[in-house]
Structures are given as C-alpha cells and as structure tokens.
Design a protein around this ligand. Structure first.
Ligand code: SF4
Length: 184
C-alpha cells in the first residue's frame, strides 16, 4: 500500500495511461459491462493482495459513507443501470434526492443511498461503483459516524493502482460522469 503524496502523482499518471490503453482495447472486443466488472474485481483483488485490508476499518453494515452523492463515470452509468434494473427502489426517498439542488446539504437520513438494505448493507455490493470501492477508512471506526462527526476528514487507504484505474476510466470516458441516484 502506498500513501498518496505529491511524489506519487507522476507514477499514478503513467499507470493511468497504461490502464487507459488497456480499457480502450478491452472495450473494442468485450461487452462494456464485462470490462467495467473486470476492473471492479481487479480493485477487489488489489485491495486483498496489497495488505490494505489489514488497515481498513470499514465493515459490512456501517453505511455511513453511503450517505453522500456518488459519482459514476459514463461507462459505469450504463453498466449500473442494467445492474439495478429490477431492484425495488424507495421512490419517495429517491424523489427527494433528485429534487435537491444540493444533495450533500440534505439531512443525513435523506442522503441515504437507496441501494442500502434494511441492515445498511449494499444490495449491489459485488457491482458497487469505483468510488464505493476506493474510499476505505483507516481511522477509528467511530470517526465514520457522520452524525457525531459531520465534518471530520477521514484518513483513507490509498493504493497507486486503484487511483490509476479511477483516473484511467475518467480519461477513457472523457471525464463524462453522473451521479448514482440519477440513474436509478
Ligand atoms: S452503491 Fe452500495 S456501497 Fe455505494 S453508496 Fe450505494 S449502498 Fe453504499
């Protein structure tokens, strides 16, 4: 695991160009959903094999970071639309989110991702977006409590390859992005 410092910027960029090329090639020969899921799975593998899991304090059923606007790149948006089709979504909660001028200024409860289940577990965990995979806290678990600590900045685990994959997707989708709640 590498912490994000200025000196990593150049190496992240170089890796991002390499991933960008690889993603572009895959997109030409494989279904879009398979390509996106491949990188989701790769991030999972990196997280396990890099030792990040030893320092990450996130756990199933926490869900505090699932109370924020979630950006998804344009490829993920297409794939995730398919993934969520058929799921029951709380239309009233979603309506409030869609009507909000500023999602992140909604009350905590109203910001809750409609993909969480009653136990605060993600209903699309295996297919969750890049950003949901890359924001892993290494702070005390209690600090994630956004009601108790609404503005506390959390220290999170960084990995150069994971940063580079995210950057590569931003490049290959020409920075096209939307927010998760808008595709539900
Ligand atoms: S998609 Fe899943 S992990 Fe991401 S914010 Fe929603 S419930 Fe949380």
């Amino acid at each position: 695991m590498a912490r994000y410092h200025e000196e990593n910027k150049e190496i992240i960029l170089q890796k991002a160009y390499a991933y960008n090329k690889e993603i572009g090639e895959k997109m030409r020969s494989e279904p879009l959903g398979d390509v996106v899921q491949h990188y989701y799975d790769l991030i999972e593998k990196i997280t396990k094999e890099s030792g990040m899991n030893d320092t990450i304090t996130c756990g199933a059923g926490c869900g505090f970071c699932c109370h924020a606007e979630i950006p998804v790149n344009s490829f993920e948006a297409i794939y995730l639309k398919e993934v969520v089709s058929g799921l029951d979504i709380d239309e009233d909660a979603l309506f409030i989110q869609l009507k909000a001028d500023d999602y992140n200024s909604l009350d905590f409860k109203k910001r809750r991702c409609t993909l969480l289940d009653n136990d605060d577990k993600c209903r699309i965990y295996k297919n969750r977006p890049l950003v949901c995979r890359s924001h892993n806290s290494i702070d005390l678990k209690d600090y994630c409590n956004r009601v108790k600590y609404p503005t506390r900045k959390l220290n999170r685990a960084y990995n150069i390859d994971i940063e580079a994959i995210q950057m590569a997707f931003a490049m290959v989708s020409n920075n096209g992005s939307t927010e998760l709640h808008k595709i539900l």
